[in-house]
Design a protein around this ligand. Structure first.
Ligand code: PRX
Length: 702
């Protein structure tokens, strides 16, 4: 089976999922009055008859050095090329073009985590200078040029968008690795992308303490070297220029403090390099079903047009708004909807360094009040957490959101209603945006002034996106039935390929439903999202979750193979399996099952070793909730680990028929061991929803 086929299992039982229809909520009139998209004619403009020309409307929002000639070139299907012949520069579009009208307006307001430190506003003019100076440093000191890749491993500081935009100015492809990822994970991505430069920071604040971040750069360089890629220079920003916060020494001739080197580039201006629309702008790595991460390659013209258009219509961003997306720039949400979309529209984007509940659960609302934030964007995990620790905090603060977003995971209607009433004070419109790293921008969402909200549904497809839900054989399923959601058409924000793995791009996303591999017609190439979904008769989609071996923890994708490979780096571990458990705050958490090589002693120490290995290989975000050391794994006769059986045990659900296993007797032993330990830890079996039960039941069998 190819990877794509493996990713596509929707169980029979999943096809019969039903849920209670929620009621519509309508946007306040005050919102509709001022909305960027308030005329229903927009639906006609973006109807399928007008595809692909409809996307001219998004490209017209950008400033082009040379206009494009062909809107969509399908000659190398499904490697689509958008806006062919056009040339532009992303940094020019996000910075320079705003200077005439709003040079002294804040482009970025950066909020340090320590509350005693004042927020820092960076105007468009100041951003222009910072980006130019760093671009000069990168070009002349770093020696990079258009097309080269540079890896960034930076926290939530204003220097991160400065570096991204400096890369974009030179046509250099940036690859930002989420700051919370380990040095090893960063090293793997350096090697995969072939970067010779790593840009990092010495430290940053997280929950009140300074994290030593530079230490990860040393690990990353060592790991990249092991994988055959040498890093020439490590450029180290200092959180407090002049004061080094890390314990690790700087390596002579390799490591340089940016605040020192940049002195010689002060005041320099670098002409933006005019790039072809189809030149790659950045890579964003994500997890799949094999251990090797996938570098989703995003284009300059198509991507920027798509995030600008969707930011304007779906985030309803106007230049005078103060927009705050609490995601991390190290994920696609931050790239598209903290940096590129908002800055392309010339608005003020807020960047917060730390954790939302530091020093207490009122922090986000104090930031909103202080800065006059009127558009707010976050994830269900953050909403659940803030609701749990400070349900009454929002009302203590005098802020007013006109618009709020939820992104990254399904949101329970009950949590949605708290977001609406408590956080939004029943004044804000909400969009539940469904999309992926690979898709560059939104796929599903209500258009805020024109379509009502429905808690628990992401809404209809966004304009210019035409989905279909297929069964395993490629037949469309009727409304109300679950299947594999696909997007039938290309759109400008879709990744161009998986960096260095074009065959994986084809097999994972396109092979499953393509009937003619030689076809140059886009109709022949539905994009396979890897999500299960149901469409209601009103055309609203409810996303059920991944149909592959990916676990969505707090909105972050973790591949079971990655987790298992990390556990297998412990020499005593013979076999490992990762499964999801339903978690009240993070949506899902990970539990690991491992069996040991003969003669290896089980016990707490061994479990800690496995946890530590996962932290080292991936990062703390992947830390398992429990590590269960078992005598053996339940297996099929052909030796495959039955993850769905142990997933059922971890979630206290029915394991189903296990009589066909090679070793059915082990199931009862594991159940007793695990469930007794969980009950002893004080865990109570949860009431799971039908969709959660189905997810566990159909969880991957390798
Ligand atoms: O399963 C879907 C879920 O997150 C996956 C994409 O994860 P990632 O590439 O990390 O991007 C996250 C930010 C866009 C999807 O395949 N997902 C994302 N948004 C939603 C969602 N599930 C339900 N509702 C959403 N709004």
């Amino acid at each position: 089976m190819t990877e794509g086929q493996e990713e596509a299992q929707v169980s029979e039982s999943q096809i019969a999922v039903h849920w209670r229809e929620e009621e519509y909520y309508y946007p306040p009139e005050s919102f509709v009055q001022q909305a960027n998209a308030a005329d229903p004619a927009i639906f006609d403009r973006f109807s399928e008859e007008n595809f692909p020309d409809c996307f001219k409307e998004y490209s017209d929002m950008l400033s082009w050095d040379a206009p494009w000639e062909t809107i969509l070139d399908t000659s190398n299907a499904p490697f689509w090329n958008w806006f062919v012949g056009g040339r532009l520069n992303a940094s020019y579009n996000c910075v320079d073009r705003h200077l005439a009208a709003r040079a002294n307006k804040a482009a970025i307001i950066w909020v340090p985590e320590p509350e005693s430190d004042e927020p820092v506003a960076i105007t468009y003019r100041d951003l222009y200078h910072r980006v130019n100076e760093f671009a000069a440093l990168l070009r002349d000191f770093g020696g990079v040029k258009a097309g080269d890749r540079v890896t960034l491993h930076m926290p939530m500081v204003a220097e991160l968008p400065v570096v991204m935009l400096a890369c974009a100015r030179l046509g250099v492809v940036h690859s930002e690795v989420f700051g919370g990822f380990s040095g090893n994970a960063c090293g793997t991505r350096i090697a995969d992308s072939g970067s010779r430069i790593l840009i990092t920071m010495d430290g940053y604040y997280r929950s009140g303490t300074v994290q030593d971040h530079k230490v990860k750069a040393d690990e990353a360089v060592a790991e990249a070297h092991k994988q055959g890629q040498d890093v020439d220079k490590v450029l180290v920003w200092r959180r407090h220029p002049g004061q080094y916060a890390s314990q690790t020494p700087m390596v002579e001739g390799r490591d340089f403090f940016v605040d020192e080197v940049i002195a010689q580039y002060r005041g320099q201006i670098v002409e933006p390099v005019s790039m072809p629309a189809e030149a790659p702008l950045f890579l964003m790595y994500t997890s799949g079903t094999t251990g090797r991460p996938k570098g989703a390659q995003h284009s300059t013209g198509g991507y920027l047009a798509y995030v600008t258009g969707t930011s304007k219509y779906y985030q309803d961003i106007h230049p005078d708004d103060t927009y705050w997306c609490m995601a991390d720039i190290g994920w696609i949400t931050g790239h598209s909807y903290i940096v590129y979309g908002p800055l392309s529209l010339g608005t003020t984007t807020v960047i917060y360094e730390g954790t939302p509940n530091y020093p207490d659960a009122g922090r986000p609302w104090r930031i909103a009040e202080r800065l006059g934030v009127n558009i707010f964007h976050t994830s269900p995990t953050a909403i659940r957490m803030l609701r749990k620790v400070g349900p009454d905090e929002p009302k203590k603060y005098n802020y007013h959101f006109k618009h709020m977003t939820t992104v990254g995971e399904p949101i329970e209607p009950e949590v949605w209603r708290w977001y609406h009433e408590a956080v939004g004070k029943a004044e804000a419109v909400i969009v539940d945006t469904w999309w992926q790293t690979e898709t560059g921008g939104f796929l599903g969402s209500s258009l805020p002034a024109l379509k009502p909200m429905k808690p628990g549904s992401c809404g209809p497809a966004v304009i210019g996106i035409y989905p279909a839900i297929y069964d395993e054989d490629g037949h469309e399923v009727p409304d109300g039935k679950a299947g594999n959601i696909c997007i039938r058409n290309p759109w400008p924000g879709i990744m161009q390929t998986i960096w260095g793995q074009p065959e994986r791009f084809l097999s994972v996303y396109y092979e499953k439903y393509n009937k003619d591999p030689d076809s140059k017609d886009w109709h022949a190439w539905p994009y396979f999202c890897g999500d299960g979904a149901v469409r209601a008769p009103d055309g609203y989609y409810r996303i059920l979750g991944r149909v592959d071996d990916v676990i969505n923890v707090a909105g972050h994708r973790l591949g079971t193979k990655e987790l298992e490979s990390a556990a297998l780096t412990v020499p005593e571990v013979a076999e490992a399996a990762a499964v999801p458990v339903v978690d009240d705050i993070r949506g899902r958490a990970v539990e690991m099952y491992v069996s040991l090589k003969p003669g290896s002693p089980p016990g707490d120490e061994m479990a800690k070793k496995v946890t530590r290995a996962i932290e080292v290989e991936i990062g703390k975000i992947a830390r398992p909730k429990n590590v269960w050391i078992v005598a053996d794994m339940p297996k099929t006769r052909s030796g495959k680990i039955m993850r769905r059986v142990i997933a059922a045990i971890s979630n206290f659900t029915d394991t189903g028929d296990v009589t066909t296993l090679a070793n059915p007797e082990i199931v009862e032993d594991i159940r007793q061991q695990v469930q007794e330990a969980k009950l002893a830890q004080g865990e109570k079996p949860k009431e799971l929803s039908e969709t959660e039960v189905e997810e566990i039941k159909s969880f991957g069998t390798e």
